[in-house]
Design a protein around this ligand. Sequence first.
Ligand code: NAP
Length: 501
Amino acid sequence: MTLPLADVGEDPSFDPATGERTGGVAHSTPEEVARVLDLAERAAPRLSAASPVARETWVAAAADAVLAASAELVDLARAETGLGPDRLEGELARMAASARFYAAAAVEGSYLGVSRDDLPGGSSLVRWNIPVGVVAVFGASNFPFGFGIFGHDVASALAAGCPVVVKAHPAHPRLSVRLGAIVRGALRDASAPDGCFDVVVGFDSGLRLVDSPVVRAVAFTGSQRGGMALVERAARRGVPVFAEMGTVNPVLVTPAAASDRGAIARGFVDSFTLGAGQFCTKPGLILVPAGHGFVDSIAEAVSRVQAAPLLTAAIAAAYEGGVSQLVAASEGAPATGVTEPLPGFSAAARAIPVALDRLTPGSRLLEECFGPVALVAEYDDLESALAALDRLQPSLAASVFTGEDDADAADAIARLTGRVGRVAVNSWPTGVATTWSQQHGGPWPATSRPEATSVGAGALSRFVRPVSLQNASTDQLPAPLRPENPWKLPRRLNGRPTLPH
Ligand code: NAP
């Protein structure tokens, strides 16, 4: 279906620290998007047929190139996001390390799910996973590297053997095109298939990707509204959208942990104001035992938080609007961080007290407010706190703070496990390690695909699909199934797991 699309324009670039415009990037034309998709489609069979080891060299070359350009890229990112250089340098280094991790996970090969059964009568059945084809990626505003042009979605899709077309985020358009040029050039110099990676710019270009028959899967990181709009749009073609969205991420402090009030209050404020509260894993609500002074301690810690720029004028406006809605819904008097000065898109931190019984389905209090704000609710008995947690929307992550020999801890962890993707015990949910055991996802509305993760080795599984081949002769088998096991994969042969020699 062809929808009316706006004229070609540009994504303007702003410095959030001052609010000043610093340039812009022209939107891709429809012809440019079509050319990029055509090249990506042609690259798909070559990328799919390449061994994981070959893909690893290509991804590693791109990671090296990005690291070599670190100073330039961090400078660009700082100018467009207002995030500090230390944060951005760390994020860029983790992005490169994560890309190498995904490539190594592909070489290990268990994501290919290879198995062979010899059937009675001399026939056989083999099954393995193949890359789905071209993947469209929509990154988020708040992680210009981690969930951007060469972030988790892009690197895991390339490692899994899929060409990727990324839609540049309008919060950092100049960074997006520069980073895209560096990655594209490095892949080309490393002899990766032409067209296996590219970047397009502009809202309408993103829609063209989602509507294109060439695109077989979409990975999205961003708001619930944006994610669900793309899920519905792609559903017309039956194309999966792996949307990672924003949630409240509750924290429960058990009565046995109350003696750690000072450290927990400071840790909570540090965690929900990290990166000006612009983390998908930000703890947006803490449930604390009443009568231990948590509300005052949190208010005191918030009062010392400096104002920081939010990523865009729209996010800053949505933050102030969201805070007003939360205050109205909670009828609580917010504790406020330092309010002067507030240049550019800067905002002050807030902690808003709320009664437990106001946390009811349908309330604004149960939805994410992106930025440095969190709710604080006291409970009288733990069961009422657990019941409140059951009423929240499912989340990406949650934390439980426990005491020694805490009899309540296991029950609280089990209850939360049923509602979130990751439970952090005596630690904050904000950090997300790229490892084999990571789960960065969760039930809707944390994601549109609760079986998926966008971080960790499981991220590759989003971009493959299983096929079976029946009664094929040895010379008709694909590389993962050949008797000599050229890709050195773990395989299940007649039901028995076997490791490569
Ligand atoms: P966003 O406004 O949803 O934008 C994300 C991308 O999707 C942008 O490129 C945007 O393009 C595009 N988009 C949004 N709505 C669209 C629509 N209806 N049709 C087509 N394209 C659309 O999100 P954001 O402000 O970048 O990111 C902040 C949010 O992301 C927060 O909620 C945060 O919690 C969440 N987040 C989640 C994770 C996670 O892993 N779960 C990680 C980071 C951030 P345009 O701007 O051009 O419309």
